[in-house]
Each structure stands twice: as structure tokens, then as C-alpha cells.
Design a protein around this ligand. Structure first.
Ligand SMILES: Cc1cc2nc3c(=O)[nH]c(=O)nc-3n(C[C@H](O)[C@H](O)[C@H](O)COP(=O)(O)OP(=O)(O)OC[C@H]3O[C@@H](n4cnc5c(N)ncnc54)[C@H](O)[C@@H]3O)c2cc1C
Length: 522
């Protein structure tokens, strides 16, 4: 009979918008649940539970069908939706899939009462183990927070935090609308937006975190807040780059703009020093010239093709209008010798699917990153370092090692100060070059060799940048490895602001200690 209390409480809370549970409510209900277990009034389980068994068991009772356990179909299906093998092979005690924001609130308080460690997953594209899955803990999978609605003036789209960008773009494209989001269809809205978020349209609007009008967030005390620049400016600042440190975002209200077709695709070259020099030069001048045309963007990747045993250069060009070969990108298209090209008039859905196909899931993965000043000669030095470190591991089964450059233009950065600014610490800088080391391979037995090579590339590239006076302390959270100190790279002042905001909104430090994965503030 005691457990009826929870049902009554749930119904009462569901009937009143934004009223949530308290820690005391949930503590009392869990005590009652335990008592009934002890009295063996619940037939399915017996004996007292603790830790994650208690958290999983209680939520399974309170919110039937939203908890799944290992070896069940629901559990294994959700486990298969991680991009990297490291995350997929991580086994939580249970997975919880909330169907609404109030469920998330109940879960946070339950986890606190039971002292069960947890992780939160949106699109599951963070590469390293523990980022959005947790061994032996509870993984909150936001997959069912999947609603999307466009405001009647077409200027804002509200997006559930469990959606991936494919879901968003396929619904907006028929309306000739878009938002600032990922360039690969299967990436999650949650992780990309909370870490920064570079889009094909960032020259015009900034990063994803600069284009969230409002966040619906569940805080550590179970309260549900609507966070905008006008409601909670400190928390709003913190969510613009602060990752998973402040709460669980359940809905993002995204600035929305008209968008039609674009001209985009990839040109592939066999690596030669001459070709590399010409393309690096084009990259340098794009950084310089970008303010004349913010519709252009480039992703420049050096990669090793194992089957052919050669290095290639992929020059991914995007122009945000259906204009073939616009002047701003002609330094790239003038480089002779492309062996393949997918450049075409296309649309966002098609382009993000193309990019998704070149980034398959299911492999072991590692990402590392650094930021440097815009310099073609430094790029050449970094490519030489990359090849020097990749050559000894060319034989690793299934290896695909890439060194990727992206111009972070002054146009992009000019939007970083919108609405009180973001937390990234880059305002007023640029043009910069965001460097990413990205390696995938097949077998765990090769982890040590691959990770050592990746770290060496990073350290040596950083040393080269420092030696030439071209280094920058910023570390992009969405590309960082578990070994990198992301928030130190935001600058001492921003880090102090983030830490103060964390203490203010999460005095028990739930998101620092009970959710140990990914990048922490302390
Ligand atoms: C193939 C590929 C392509 C990429 N392309 C781009 C790109 O175009 N632009 C770019 O900027 N980045 C890109 N990235 C990097 C990407 O932004 C990060 O990997 C990002 O973390 C993925 O978000 P996710 O939701 O899929 O990941 P997840 O692994 O689900 O989440 C990442 C982190 O965010 C936290 N988190 C997620 N949602 C929430 C939430 N709602 N509330 C609180 N915490 C949350 C998780 O707990 C986890 O710690 C790419 C990555 C890959 C693998």
C-alpha cells in the first residue's frame, strides 16, 4: 500500500507544469520500496537492494518499461547505437530511457538517493569509453526525448535532446528551414550542442551553442529550469560549451533560419608535396578571405589509405548557396589532379548522409585536438609529423588515421559574443586552424600502439606550434581525447566562472562526482 504514494505523487506532479519531485519525496518513496521488498510484497525481487541495483529496481517499478537490463532486446539495441566500439562494449547495470522531462527529474533524484553513478547519452558519438555509457552504473538514454516543433514564425525549432541531426534536418528541409547543427547525420543534438558545435553554416551564425535561444534543463535537485540569457544568464553562459557539467538538457530551442540547397562535396587527391602545398595555401587564404563571404566552409583531411598504401588529401568544400564553384573556394578547385569529386548542388540531408557514410561506426576510435594560428607552413610541418607517426603503425588492422584541419574564421568567432557570450574563451581571436587527429582501427590489441601514435602527433604538433609562436591554448571539447584538459583551455577566467556556476546550481556536485564520465570542471 505504501507504494501507492509514489503513483499519487507522480500523478499530482504530472498535472502541474514544472513542479518536480524533491530529494526528500524520492528518498521516502525509495525507503518505502525497500520496506516492501523486505516484506516480500513485491513478487519479482526479494531482499534489500543498494547502489545501482536499487536505482534500477526502483525506476523499473516506478516507470515500468523504461528500464532495460543486459541481455534484453531493448538493452542490446540501445547499446548498439554508439559510434565507437569502446563505448558500445561498456556495460551499465541498466539503461533508463525517460519518456519525458519529469522522468529525468525522478531519475536524477533516485540516482542521488541510491548513490548510483550514471552517464547520459544523446547521439552516442563521443569516442572514448565512459563518455556517454558507464560500466556498472546507470545510463540515461535520451532516445525517447524525440519531439520536434517549429514555432509559428519559423524562427525557432524546439528539439528533444535525444534526436540526431538527421531527424532534425529531414523535418526542417521540406520547410526550407535549418538550424546550426552537425555535419554528419547520426550525431546527437545533445553532445554536439553542449560542446560547441560546428556546422556548415557557422560562418553566418556561429557555432551551435551560439544559436540556442533556450535550454530546458533538469538540475541536480530535480528542478526543471527554462534557461535563457534573460532567465539565468550565468547558467546560460555555462551551457554554451560547458558539456555535461550542469544538468541534463531535455530540450533545445534552436534559432531557425531559411535555408535551401547548397554546393558541396569532396575532392580527393593522391598526396604529393606540391598538391599539399597548394591546398594548404588555399586553406590559409580562406582563413584570410572568409570575411568577404561567410557562406564558404572547408574541412581538409589528410588520411592514410591502407588498401592502396598511400596518403590522400580530401578537400571537403561547402558553400551555403546553390552556386557552383564560387570565387571564395576557387583556390581549392584550381588545384589540379583530383582523382575523385562529389562536388555538386545538393541539400543538407544528402550531404550529412554522405559524411555519415565516410565515418562508419563499430570500430575502435580516438579523437585528439589542438588549436593553432592560421599558417600554411605549420600545416606542412604537422602533416610531416603525422606521417612520421603513422608510418610505423600502417599495418594495424583496419587502421584509418586522419589529420583534419578546419578554418575557424573571424566570421564564426564574431558570433561567440551573442547574448552574453559563450564559455569557449575564443572571442576576439582568429582566423585560427582547428586541428583534429582522428584514428579508427579494428582490434583492442592495437589500442596501445594507436593511442601512443595519436598522442605523439598531438604533442609534436603542439611543440611545433609553440616553437613558431603559433599555438593557442583552446581545446575543442567535441574533438578532445580523455587525456586533454578541455576547460583549462577556456582560460582561467572562464573556468572560474564555470566552477562558480557549478557550485551555485549543483551544490552537492552531483554532475562532477556521480556522473564521472567526459570532461569535468574540477
Ligand atoms: C563522425 C563524427 C562527426 C562529427 N561531426 C561534427 C561536426 O560536424 N561538428 C562538430 O562540432 N562536432 C562533430 N563531431 C563531434 C561531436 O560533436 C561530439 O562527438 C559530440 O559529443 C557528439 O554528440 P552526441 O550527442 O552524439 O554524443 P554523446 O556521446 O551522446 O554525448 C557526448 C557527451 O555529451 C553529454 N550529453 C549529451 N546530451 C546531453 C544532454 N542532453 N544533457 C547533458 N549532457 C549531455 C553526454 O553525457 C556525453 O558526455 C563529430 C563526431 C563524429 C564521431
Amino acid at each position: 500500500m505504501r507504494l501507492l504514494g509514489l503513483a499519487v505523487l507522480l500523478l499530482a506532479r504530472l498535472g502541474s507544469a514544472q513542479v518536480t519531485f524533491t530529494l526528500d519525496d524520492v528518498s521516502a518513496q525509495i525507503a518505502s520500496f525497500q520496506q516492501d521488498l523486505a516484506n516480500a510484497t513485491l513478487s519479482s525481487r526479494s531482499g534489500l537492494l543498494s547502489g545501482c541495483s536499487l536505482a534500477c529496481g526502483f525506476l523499473d517499478f516506478a516507470l515500468p518499461s523504461q528500464i532495460s537490463y543486459p541481455n534484453s532486446t531493448a538493452f542490446e539495441l540501445e547499446q548498439s547505437h554508439y559510434w565507437s566500439q569502446q563505448q558500445e562494449l561498456t556495460q551499465p547495470a541498466c539503461r533508463f530511457s525517460p519518456s519525458n522531462t519529469l522522468d529525468v527529474s525522478l531519475a536524477i533524484l533516485t540516482l542521488r538517493v541510491a548513490q548510483c553513478e550514471f552517464a547520459v547519452k544523446s547521439g552516442g558519438h563521443a569516442a572514448f569509453e565512459g563518455a556517454s555509457n558507464i560500466q556498472g552504473g546507470m545510463t540515461i538514454d535520451l532516445v525517447n526525448l524525440n519531439e520536434l516543433s517549429v514555432r509559428s514564425d519559423n524562427a525557432q525549432t524546439s528539439v528533444g535532446a535525444g534526436l540526431v541531426w538527421y531527424d532534425v534536418y529531414t523535418q526542417l528541409q521540406p520547410l526550407n528551414l535549418s538550424v546550426i547543427g552537425g555535419r554528419v547525420s547520426a550525431i546527437g543534438v545533445g553532445g554536439l550542442t553542449l560542446g560547441g558545435g560546428i556546422s556548415f553554416f557557422s560562418g553566418r551564425y556561429g557555432w551551435a551553442c551560439d544559436n540556442v535561444n533556450n535550454y530546458e534543463v533538469v538540475l541536480a535537485d530535480g528542478s526543471i529550469r527554462e534557461v535563457s540569457y534573460s532567465t539565468y544568464p550565468d547558467l546560460y553562459f555555462a551551457l554554451r560549451g560547458g558539456g555535461n557539467n550542469f544538468g541534463i538538457v531535455t530540450r533545445f530551442d534552436l534559432m531557425t533560419f531559411p535555408q535551401g540547397d547548397l554546393w558541396a562535396g569532396s575532392e580527393t587527391f593522391i598526396y604529393t608535396e606540391e598538391t599539399a602545398a597548394a591546398i594548404n595555401n588555399a586553406f590559409f587564404y580562406l582563413g584570410v578571405n572568409a570575411p568577404s563571404d561567410p557562406f564558404a566552409q572547408v574541412i581538409l583531411a589528410y588520411a592514410y589509405a591502407q588498401a592502396e598504401d598511400l596518403y590522400i588529401i580530401a578537400s571537403d568544400l561547402q558553400y551555403g548557396k546553390p552556386v557552383v564553384n564560387p570565387p571564395i573556394l576557387q583556390n581549392f578547385t584550381a588545384v589540379p589532379g583530383a582523382v575523385a569529386s562529389t562536388l555538386r548542388i545538393t541539400d543538407l540531408v544528402d550531404l550529412t548522409i554522405e559524411f555519415n557514410n565516410t565515418n562508419p561506426g563499430g570500430f575502435r576510435q580516438t579523437y585528439w585536438t589542438l588549436m593553432v594560428e592560421n599558417s600554411a607552413s605549420l600545416m606542412a610541418d604537422m602533416v610531416a609529423i603525422y606521417m612520421d607517426e603513422v608510418n610505423p603503425i600502417k599495418g594495424v588492422a583496419g587502421i584509418v588515421p586522419s589529420l583534419v584541419f578546419q578554418p575557424i574564421t573571424t566570421d564564426m568567432i564574431s558570433h561567440f559574443t551573442k547574448n552574453g557570450g559563450n564559455a569557449l574563451g575564443l572571442a576576439g581571436q582568429g582566423p585560427l586552424n582547428l586541428v583534429q587527429i582522428d584514428i579508427s582501427w579494428s582490434n583492442e590489441s592495437d589500442d596501445a600502439a594507436v593511442l601512443a601514435a595519436a598522442e605523439n602527433i598531438l604533442d609534436r604538433a603542439q611543440a611545433a606550434a609553440v616553437a613558431q609562436g603559433l599555438s593557442n591554448p583552446y581545446i575543442y571539447q567535441n574533438y578532445a581525447s580523455f587525456k586533454q584538459d578541455v576547460f583549462a583551455g577556456y582560460g582561467a577566467q572562464n573556468l572560474a566562472k564555470l566552477q562558480a556556476t557549478s557550485k551555485k546550481y549543483d551544490p552537492a556536485q552531483v554532475f562532477q562526482t556521480l556522473q564521472p564520465g567526459y570532461f569535468k570542471l574540477f
